[in-house]
Design a protein around this ligand. Structure first.
Ligand code: HXC
Length: 510
């Protein structure tokens, strides 16, 4: 027995060494943690249970039979984050560059299947040279199996990808199908084809960082949801995100202890909206003042800043927030902001997370650039997402709610449950000046008359009462009491049940 135990320990030691001390040191030399160190930081101390530590590849080409590292370049298993179960895979770049063989993929598939069966999130830590070149189509088949599971798991369990090294070629499509992608600045990149191929095909000279680094994907492409300074910070933030999420689509999000009075009055909100309707203010101030303990987890902070998306808690319960940001492009809806918000709304709806919408929107951005790139289709995504969402929906209009954007942004007409407006709300087809220029075109040369028309339009529509008279606004509320009103509204909706007609799936404009 003693010999067998010694052998077990020796085998485990060897497996834990991955590609050997030299390569582990090289990994550290690049400012990166090892696959196992990452898991240790991600899950609760001592909670990780590993699977398939002794799995090896079966390739016999190119002399591969001589190097069969235990574990085959990926560490898989399950652990807990603040006591709640998650499944994890962490690619080990020190073993054949973390490249994906058939068995490597099989290990990932095994934990994905268990996550689906047992209803827990999957967190994938990606650090890989892509398909194991020596294995050819076996490796590609392995990727295909992972992709299919990403698709089946979508909307069933949350899937989170953390990119902590190279992620290139078709390999990017597994993270792309997960719910959230996080990157590490200066040490991770994602692209379909690398800089060398780009140069050959298009003659463009570009660095890996410019082509697919964290900055590119959080600011330009919106492929990634956030970027962090280093591995440690990224993993801590994943833990923080998981705390907001339900474990699967049949569970409610977790209820956390809260130390903040739900009826907390914020007198400063009464003066948040400036007197001049064209002066911007920071919508984030409102979000922070509504949230339990001012805790806000923002998603895609660096992209389409004219709309804000992220998670807060109210009375300890997760709420997804979508808010126009008057500080950026006056909070206008455009292609990028519509896509960003639509995806977020759909995530919330898939995972039973109620949605709070804070509105100050002057409409959709006009212009050829937007029209040629399909603002109609992209704007419709947000409209569609709100209309199909059956989770509790509470809306507060702080200032402008103009035109199509009024309808799109979780209006009463799209089955929103509570629609509040501040007294400063203006609900109209468009701003008074624009409206006057159209309906009183004949008087445009007469400045005095035009001013009268503008004032008349403002009197009629630059307020929430016309909509309130029709029941499109449920209540005009004091800004200072917004947290209380919104918390009570969500509390009253905890047992909400709303059905969709039977369908195989919808056909959201993509
Ligand atoms: C087998 C690989 C490998 C791969 C790296 N290695 N990538 N082995 N298959 N795909 C091995 C290297 O031989 C080396 O082994 C070790 O990993 C570390 O690699 P280095 O090149 O020394 O590291 P570095 O200089 O940091 O460069 C990392 C890299 C580079 C940029 C990822 O290795 C690289 O370009 N690899 C190939 C990338 C690629 O083209 N992959 C296929 C993409 S297509 P030793 O023994 O020397 O330590 C794809 C399709 C997926 O993935 C399709 C899904 C449908």
């Amino acid at each position: 027995m003693k010999d067998i135990l010694t052998e077990l320990n020796d085998r485990r030691e060897a497996a834990r060494l991955g590609g050997g001390q030299k390569r582990l040191d090289a990994q550290h030399g690049r400012g990166k943690l090892t696959a196992r160190e990452r898991i240790d930081l991600l899950v609760d101390e001592g909670s990780f249970e590993e699977f398939d530590m002794f799995v090896t590849h079966r390739c016999t080409d190119f002399g591969m039979e001589k190097q069969k590292p235990a574990g085959d370049g990926v560490v898989t298993g399950w652990g807990t984050i603040n006591g709640r179960m998650v499944y994890v895979f962490s690619q080990d770049f020190t073993v054949l560059g973390g490249s994906v063989s058939a068995t490597h993929a099989m290990k990932i598939c095994k934990i994905m299947d268990m996550a689906m069966q047992n209803g827990a999130p999957v967190i994938g830590i990606n650090d890989s040279g892509g398909a194991r070149i020596q294995e050819g189509v076996d490796s590609l088949a392995g990727y295909g199996e992972v992709f299919q599971r990403n698709i089946m798991a979508s909307g069933v369990v949350p899937q989170i990808s953390v990119i902590m090294g190279p992620c290139a070629g078709g390999a990017v499509y597994s993270p792309a199908m997960t719910d959230f992608i996080f990157m590490v600045k200066d040490s991770s990149y994602m692209f379909v084809t690398g800089p060398d191929v780009v140069k050959t095909v298009t003659n463009e000279v570009v660095t890996a960082e410019e082509l697919g680094g964290a900055s590119t994907h959080t600011k330009k492409s919106s492929v990634a949801d956030a970027a962090f300074e280093n591995d440690v910070e990224a993993l801590a933030e994943v833990r923080r995100l998981v705390d907001f999420l339900p474990l699967n689509n049949r569970e409610k999000p977790p209820v956390r202890p809260f130390f903040d009075e739900p009826g907390r009055v914020e007198a400063s909100l009464d003066t948040l909206v400036p007197d001049n309707p064209n002066t911007p203010y920071d919508m984030k101030e409102l979000i922070l003042k509504l949230a339990d303990e001012g805790d806000f987890y923002e998603i895609q902070e660096e992209f389409a800043k004219n709309i804000i998306t992220g998670f807060i808690r109210l009375e300890g319960r997760t709420v997804g927030v979508v808010a126009n940001q008057p500080m950026v492009l006056a909070g206008v809806l455009d292609i990028d902001s519509s896509r960003k918000a639509a995806r977020f709304v759909r995530f919330c709806d898939a995972f039973e997370i109620p949605i709070l919408t804070l509105i100050d929107v002057p409409g959709f951005l006009p212009g050829t650039t937007q029209e040629y790139r399909g603002v109609i289709k992209h704007g419709a995504k947000l409209l569609f997402a709100y209309g199909e969402a059956t989770v509790p929906k509470v809306t507060v209009i702080t200032r402008k709610a103009y035109g199509g954007a009024y309808v799109v942004m979780s209006s009463k007409h799209l089955r929103s449950d509570f629609n509040y407006a501040w007294p400063t709300a203006e609900i109209a087809v468009m701003g008074a000046k624009g409206a006057t220029e159209i309906i009183h075109r004949a008087d445009l040369d007469d400045a005095e008359k035009t001013a009268e028309h503008v004032a008349d339009y403002e009197d009629r529509f630059a307020n929430p009462f016309v909509a309130a008279e029709r029941g499109f606004i449920d209540e005009v509320i004091q800004p200072r009491s917004t947290r209380k009103r919104v918390s009570r509204a969500f509390a009253s909706l905890r047992n909400k049940k709303q059905q969709m007609p039977w369908k195989k799936h919808d056909n959201i404009p993509l």
